[in-house]
Design a protein around this ligand. Structure first.
Ligand code: HEC
Length: 231
């Protein structure tokens, strides 16, 4: 069987298909089927991100008009609308939300994705994505400031000159994010905020000393010493 063409086809085509189905479909289903799906409000109650509060402080009048006060309910509303904008604007066309356990993706993006992370209302439909024209976004929370996102969504090339990400001027009223704009920022600033690693998804590697500057520490000490003497 192992030497015949049909045997190889059976194992490669059917055998591995069944194996993949069991490992990636049936097994997680047996493990997680009794876990209730989290509602958006439950997700919000896990903790309001600092960035949502920051939006309220940065754009107080607009925020009050769109979402009222900072609360679990308003946070849930913003998250849900943000997910809808993400789907409607087809962000998933260029971005994945799935850190795979291969190719050392965790070094670039943080912890490998876990099935439990997708068992909630905001992942209906699941937004794994199919292509990565842009980076994976499932550990985006707090990686950038709100200001950065405002500038980036308004016109990406202002902050990343060679990017192919399109501008989203309709998420703004006169450079201030409108309701959808604030919602999409709230949403990307939530992605990954449920992890214990948040907001430091990667272990910072020690910075290598540049050639010729290996005594930089003692230089710094000398400089401080000089400065102290002059004053
Ligand atoms: C045509 C493909 C494309 C589409 C559509 C797109 N992006 Fe991007 N996006 C990119 C690329 C490429 C980058 C990397 C360069 C950059 O930062 O602009 C990026 C970067 C980003 C970043 C910054 C990631 C980081 O921390 O470096 C965020 C956040 C983001 N996109 C969110 C979105 C959202 C939300 C949408 C939908 C409203 C969207 N993108 C639509 C291609 C796209």
């Amino acid at each position: 069987m192992f030497e015949s063409k049909s045997g190889i086809l059976a194992i490669a085509g059917l055998g591995f298909f069944i194996f993949a189905f069991v490992v990636m479909g049936a097994l997680p289903w047996t493990i997680y089927r009794d876990q209730p799906e989290d509602t958006v409000l439950q997700l919000a109650q896990n903790g309001i991100t600092h960035e949502f509060v920051d939006l309220a402080e940065r754009f107080p009048d607009e925020f009050r008009e769109y979402f009222g006060e900072v609360s679990y309910a308003s946070y849930a509303e913003a998250l849900e609308l943000g997910r809808d904008v993400y789907v409607a604007e087809a962000c998933w066309h260029c971005h994945s939300q799935f850190v795979r356990p291969v190719s050392r993706e965790d070094v670039r993006w943080g912890p490998v994705a876990h099935a439990r992370e997708y068992n909630n209302e905001l992942q209906r439909p699941v937004l794994f994505g199919t292509r990565r024209v842009g980076p994976d976004l499932s550990r985006e929370a707090a990686r950038r400031s709100n200001d950065w996102h405002v500038a980036h969504f308004h016109n990406p090339i202002d902050v990343v000159p060679l990017t192919v990400m399109p501008a989203y001027p309709w998420l703004f009223n006169d450079r201030v994010p409108n309701k959808k704009g604030m919602a999409i920022i709230t949403y990307v600033q939530w992605l990954g905020s449920w992890l214990k690693e948040y907001p430091d998804y990667e272990t910072p590697a020690p910075v290598e000393t540049a050639p010729g500057q290996d005594d930089s520490e003692s230089n710094l000490a000398e400089r401080d010493h000089d400065a102290a003497e002059k004053t």
